[in-house]
Design a protein around this ligand. Structure first.
Ligand SMILES: Cc1ncc(COP(=O)(O)O)c(C=O)c1O
Length: 450
């Protein structure tokens, strides 16, 4: 009995001891080790587990708060846990998440109408991702170029596709075929035949490669992954006129820069002409997977049932959420907010560029901005994370900012203060950015910002 009591006592005291003095060894986060062990290693992920977000902030599993100026790479345009989006998703999930495309649902038609109104196009096809939208657009281009006399089992004479150097269009076979960096493309050869790359914004190079065998020219209106490079107006205009002259399609990839990010619904809306196809995805359903091909009646006339399709694309839950996303942009005048916050950001960034001589150029429009450094940008993105700021480094030397459309002036000031700290604190690597090239034009954008 006594022994039992003593045993109980000692057990209790051990438990108390355990409670009072927890082991100093950090607890292994099994979510990280599971990811390490069971995921295909397709990403170099930071060892951070994000658990939730609120507006422009995200939180990790240790409770650390971050200002999110990457927004899930241009996806979270309304930040995190926007109350109207949460309400819509809850409401629709309780009604129906999915109906197949053999029937209509309540939101797909209205969303197509809204998207055609804001883009100036006439028809929409819904996909699940950006890459699928790009892939579908390439199929449309090949379809439209075919004539009844073309042999069905051979490439049509008009099958060439012009894509851009420095481009990124996603990871499907079609997507990587028109994506320039060799590391994304070459391991998967043979790819789509007939693709040729043109120097971005180089009118002469475009003219030299365009002829009647071209069925499409595809480019990002603002190259995102390639380091935030807006296309020049001269190039847009020439691409438009050559595409019309040779009956080819002009495909504008606005997956990263579209749907309000420039302070206009579409980046191409500053140009006098329209593309034949617009690709959108990322922010469309506020974080749920949804992409779309927007196009015109002439192309729609070439399509019939069975030529293209998808199981998930355009389901009721995602389409209702996308309609709500577009309503919030309108109701809260977010395009105006994008323009105003962008002006504040650019003013602050120009001051930082004057202070830190390794800032080479500030590029972009609205809330898609790139800060090109003359040194490796990766350590700066890593230091930013330590300081509680999420940004990303793309193309090795460019810090990319894709903050949500809802950011406030106070959050812009908070960002500039954190970035200044990061720029001052980060040791600079000796590797220098390559000399200016055609895709890396002179500091026009920064001089405009100064
Ligand atoms: C311009 C552009 N096109 C296409 C894609 C591919 O989109 P997704 O990753 O949704 O397939 C991306 C993704 O980053 C992109 O930025």
């Amino acid at each position: 009995m006594m022994r039992a009591m003593n045993k109980n006592k000692s057990t209790r005291s051990t438990m108390q001891k355990t409670k009072r003095a927890p082991s100093r060894k950090p607890k292994l986060d099994t979510r990280l080790s599971d990811a390490e062990q069971f995921l295909l290693p397709t990403y170099k992920r930071q060892p951070i587990v994000f658990t939730h977000g609120n507006g422009a902030y995200v939180y990790d599993s240790t409770g650390k708060k971050y200002l999110d100026f990457l927004g899930g790479i241009a996806v979270n345009a309304l930040g995190h846990a926007h109350p109207r989006i949460v309400k819509t998703i809850r409401r629709e999930a309780a009604r129906a998440i999915h109906f197949c495309n053999l029937y209509h649902n309540a939101y797909q038609g209205p969303l197509a109408r809204k998207l055609t109104e804001i883009s100036g196009m006439n028809r929409a096809f819904f996909s699940n991702s950006g890459a699928e939208a790009a892939d579908g657009a390439l199929k449309l281009a090949r379809l439209c170029a075919r004539t009844p006399s073309d042999a069905p089992d051979k490439p049509a004479p008009k099958h060439r596709i012009l894509a851009m150097q420095n481009s990124f269009h996603g990871r499907t076979f079609g997507g990587v075929s028109v994506t320039f960096p060799e590391k994304y493309r070459m391991p998967f050869t043979p790819l789509l035949p007939g693709v040729e790359f043109v120097k971005f914004s180089d009118v002469e190079d475009l003219e030299s490669k365009f002829d009647n065998t071209v069925c499409a020219v595809i480019f990002e209106t603002i190259q995102g992954e390639g380091g935030v490079h807006p296309v020049s107006e001269a190039f847009w205009n020439r691409a438009r006129s050559l595409a019309t002259e040779h009956s080819a399609l002009l495909i504008a990839d606005e997956i990263q820069c579209g749907l309000g990010r420039t302070g206009r619904y579409f980046a191409y809306q500053k140009f006098p002409s329209k593309p034949d196809i617009v690709l959108i995805a990322k922010p469309l359903a506020a974080g749920l997977p949804l992409g779309a091909i927007l196009t015109n009646e002439a192309i729609a006339a070439r399509i019939g049932p069975g030529l293209h399709g998808t199981t998930f694309g355009g389901g009721p839950l995602v389409c209702a959420t996308a309609l709500e996303f577009l309503s919030i942009i309108e109701d809260k005048k977010l395009l105006e907010n994008v323009r105003d916050r962008s002006a504040e950001l650019r003013e602050g960034l120009a001051k930082l560029a004057a202070k830190f001589d390794f800032i080479r150029e500030i590029r972009g429009e609205g809330l898609i901005l790139g800060i090109e450094l003359s040194v490796d940008g990766n350590p700066f993105a890593a230091e930013a994370l330590r300081q509680g700021l999420v940004i990303n480094c793309t193309h090795d030397f460019t810090l990319r900012l894709l903050p949500p459309f809802i950011i406030t002036s106070a959050q812009v000031r908070e960002f500039l203060r954190l970035l200044e700290l990061v720029l001052a604190k980060t040791p600079r690597s000796i590797s220098a950015a390559p000399a200016q090239t055609a895709v890396n034009p002179p500091r026009f954008a920064q001089s405009a910002a100064r």
